[in-house]
Design a protein around this ligand. Structure first.
Ligand code: ADP
Ligand code: SF4
Ligand code: MG
Length: 383
């Protein structure tokens, strides 16, 4: 019999069932100053073998949305509602803690930003990886688990893995600890890896190495990967598909190339413009004016309106919450009342003088030609 054909993620998304499906997830956190509406009704899917990037500024709800999936809740009290969250046919929100433990760490594994807080400081790295293997498979002997842990450490580029097996977390550098964390996450061949800002705490050169091993781990285990980051550069390098989050909601989603080629939400446009570009010499970097909202009191209407370059004098932005709707390209969605104004596909052509002509749309607003030099998108500030 011929070997089954392995689908590429984009094809898999088109053809198959999601591995994990989240519907209308809402997470609120009670604090002394009020209830933080950290995640406000988000729905998304991830397909087997796919790398899904979740991007957004700090505080946009990226971490809370995945910790809600795994019910990893620190105090203060957290309330999760909505759902279902379907993983391989079961609603994670309805599972008992005992059944959940069989999934967490085994079928869904997490890689955190700071592995120092994930490893137990008084146990050796090797022992912790061995334990992670044996806790889900008691039939594996200690000796076999040790051999597998050493193999995993070697696989993620930890030099002299046999000697390193016996060392404690504080004896590892930040980059090595992050590699060991990836090894531990791979230990049980999970179906889904979740990496939350996996390289944010590391130096740039170390970041690149850790990312290489993360990619390798994903390929090795054939797992789907959720990559959470505030760094669009990382997304461009690794992800197949992207969700952009703002103020606890998904504001845009698209296959990665489509998102970079034709962003259709002002927030995404602003994020892209704040990316440093190696092909353009510039003394100043554009940043998004203002700051993310306090989620105890999210702004009415579109939460991005106080910072949006398209919202000027538009009542609708301040009063009506935009729904996430499908755009023309399959898999591309945007939650903006005026997303059509950003469509570079239908943007006016440059005339002979190099000027772009603005076109008036039906709403009485002006359609922006989405050129990267359009200085109306964002504010110039000192880098
Ligand atoms: N333990 C917590 N207690 C109170 N508020 C929290 C807690 N964790 C997160 N939040 C709030 O929830 C919102 C979303 O946070 P988070 O998911 O951590 O953002 P991101 O990961 O995108 O930076 C933010 O407003 C943040 O301040
Ligand atoms: S709905 Fe209005 S405020 Fe929100 S992103 Fe679109 S134009 Fe900007
Ligand atoms: Mg976070």
């Amino acid at each position: 019999m011929a070997a089954p054909v392995k689908l590429k993620p984009a094809d898999a998304a088109a053809a198959g069932q999601p591995l994990l499906s989240v519907r209308n997830l809402t997470t609120q956190i009670a604090t002394e100053t009020g209830t933080v509406q950290a995640v406000r009704g988000i729905s998304w899917d991830i397909y087997p073998g796919e790398i899904l990037g979740i991007v957004g500024e700090s505080g946009s709800g990226k971490s809370v949305s995945v910790s809600s999936l795994l019910k990893l809740h620190p105090s203060p009290p957290v309330t999760i509602s909505g759902g279902p969250i379907t993983f391989e046919g079961q609603n994670l929100l309805e599972l008992s803690e005992r059944r959940f433990r069989r999934i967490r760490g085994r079928q869904i594994a997490m890689i955190f930003q700071d592995p120092m807080t994930s490893f137990n400081p008084v146990k050796t790295i090797g022992n912790q990886i061995s334990e992670a293997i044996r806790v889900h498979n008691r039939r594996i002997s200690r000796r076999a688990a040790r051999a597998r842990a050493i193999e995993l450490l070697g696989m993620v580029g930890v030099p002299r893995p046999m000697a390193r097996y016996k060392q404690f977390p504080h004896e590892y550098s930040g980059g090595m600890r992050q590699r060991a964390m990836i090894a531990m996450a791979m230990a049980n061949q999970p179906k889904l890896l979740i990496a939350d800002e996996p390289t944010t705490a590391l130096d740039v050169t170390i970041q690149a190495q850790v990312l290489e091993f993360l990619k390798l781990a994903q390929q090795e285990t054939d797992a789907a990967l959720i990559l959470i980051t505030h760094d669009l550069g990382l997304i461009a390098e690794l992800a197949d598909r992207v969700l952009v989050m703002y103020a606890g909601k998904i504001v845009e989603s698209a296959p990665v190339r489509e998102l970079f080629r034709n962003p259709r939400h002002p927030y995404t446009v602003s994020l892209l413009e704040s990316l440093p570009r190696i092909d353009v010499e510039t003394e100043h970097l554009a940043t998004i004016p203002g700051s993310p909202p306090n989620l105890v009191y999210p702004p009415p209407g579109c939460a991005f309106h106080p910072r949006c370059f398209l919202s000027h004098q538009r009542e609708r932005c301040r009063t009506e919450i935009p729904e996430l709707v499908d755009l023309e390209v399959r898999g591309h969605t945007s939650a903006c009342h005026f997303s059509h104004e950003l469509d570079s596909e239908s943007a006016p052509q440059e005339d002979d003088d190099g000027d772009t002509s603005a076109v008036t749309n039906g709403d009485g607003g002006t359609q922006h030609a989405n050129t990267s030099a359009d200085s109306e998108h964002g504010q110039e500030v000192d880098a």
